[in-house]
Design a protein around this ligand. Structure first.
Ligand code: 6PG
Length: 247
């Protein structure tokens, strides 16, 4: 069984966003070197949103065998192909267009087709892919990750579709495609990238074992969370009050 019944979570406090970026770059490169050494290939799932942008930019100037890299996306927003708000366009602009990864090895999600068709096609793409070597994920203010949102299907059951169509997402745009929790858990290594005071309540809810989407990612090896140290401090009282919507 790919997923465990409880999330094994290791918290790594970092001083600030810049430190997080540097540690993330080093960790990605170490993961790539290990996978390429052992299997000749490196299969990595990219996180969307703003947090990873500088990490991706920093990877541009690093030394690695780009021909062995295979790129996937944890989720995609259903927008036109060149819309800068797409997760794949951000990664391409700051990184992928600037390194010699064979284009056939960059597997974008065809969000422009709409959530249903794009999810079907991406599930087909992933059928031939085994365990990911590394999955990068962000954390939303409501505890979401990829495009797995509270109150939606997270695809936790082992037989879930690899890619899910998402409608009415609370974070625009409403239509998205997300890898399921089960598929994101089929990975040798999962790293969350968490910075910014806006994530403090979500981190607190996570550590209190509230049922947030981020806790649904349960690879056998556990997950590692690179998190700004200030987000591990107790919340001031007014911030704690009020329901933290979990599911
Ligand atoms: C997206 C992302 C989403 C993101 C988190 C954190 O499409 O927006 O996949 O899951 O990782 O919302 O976003 P930031 O890094 O911008 O805070």
């Amino acid at each position: 069984m790919d997923r465990t019944d409880k999330q094994l979570c290791r918290w790594h406090a970092v001083a600030n966003a810049q430190a997080l970026q540097q540690i993330a770059i080093e960790t990605v490169l170490a993961s790539a070197a290990g996978a390429i050494h052992e299997r000749g290939e490196f299969h990595i799932v990219l996180a969307g949103g703003r947090t990873p942008r500088e990490i991706y930019h920093g990877l541009c100037t690093t030394k690695t065998d780009w021909s062995a890299w295979h790129i996937y996306f944890g989720d995609e927003r259903c927008l036109p192909p060149r819309d800068p708000a797409r997760n794949s366009c951000m990664a391409a602009e700051v990184w992928l267009n600037n390194v010699p990864i064979p284009p056939m090895q960059v597997h974008t999600i065809a969000g422009e087709l709409g959530a249903d068709e794009a999810a079907l096609q991406y599930s087909e793409t992933l059928r031939s892919v085994g365990y990911f070597d590394l999955v990068l994920l962000g954390l939303g203010e409501d505890g979401h990750t990829a495009s797995l949102f509270p109150g939606h299907d997270w695809g936790t059951a082992p037989g879930s579709q690899d890619a899910l169509a998402v409608f009415d997402a609370p974070k625009p745009p409403p239509q998205r495609v997300s890898l399921s929790a089960a598929r994101l858990s089929r990975a040798r290594q999962v790293i969350f990238l968490v910075s910014g005071e806006s994530k403090h309540r979500a981190v607190t809810a996570w550590r209190a074992e509230n049922n947030i989407p981020a806790r649904a990612i349960r690879p056998e090896t556990g997950v590692d969370v690179l998190v700004e140290s200030t987000l591990l401090e107790p919340l001031a009282l007014p911030d704690i009050q009020g329901e933290f919507k979990c599911n």
